[in-house]
Design a protein around this ligand. Sequence first.
Ligand code: PRP
Length: 181
Amino acid sequence: MEKNNNLEVLISRAEIAERVKELGAEISRDYHEGKLFLVTVLKGAVVFLADLIRNLQIPVEIDFIAVSSYGGSTKSSGIVRILKDLDYNIKGRDVLVVEDIVDTGLTLQYLCEYLLRRQPQSLRVAALLDKPGRRKVEIKPDYCGFTIPDCFVVGYGLDFDGDYRYLADIKIIKEEDLVKT
Ligand code: PRP
């Protein structure tokens, strides 16, 4: 049985699959020499990561970092904290940050500054979704799946208050439904 049929689909699972395949090909072309190091931002980006690495034609290593900027709210507080650090040393590595969404950009800005202090050989960002309408700092992902309007989206890893990450499509939650249960 399909879950949460009542939410409007913004990006279907088929569109996501097609775009992730294209991103995988593009990233594979750009990093055909050496081994790419993927830093995935927990938790939302894990679904994107899982699909992306299976669409890469190059060897990669993966690691995870957990940051928090939302604290249970749908609005970014701008306060970023590292909740779980990397397990591996990224000095001299070609690092690609894997994010599910760039909204205000505050998380990504903080994260990039934090990772650059570890002296990687290169640092780029792949984000499945980009919501430029809400940007507070000048930053944009090097690889972007979809540019989306200013609406609250869930599914394919993205949550509202911990829920909906399991949806295969990316769906919209209307403003009036953004009330915690
Ligand atoms: C989301 C997303 C980014 C951040 C983007 O994470 O994964 O890390 O918000 O927002 P910003 O551009 O306004 O900083 P969230 O804090 O919701 O954590 P989660 O991935 O564990 O759900």
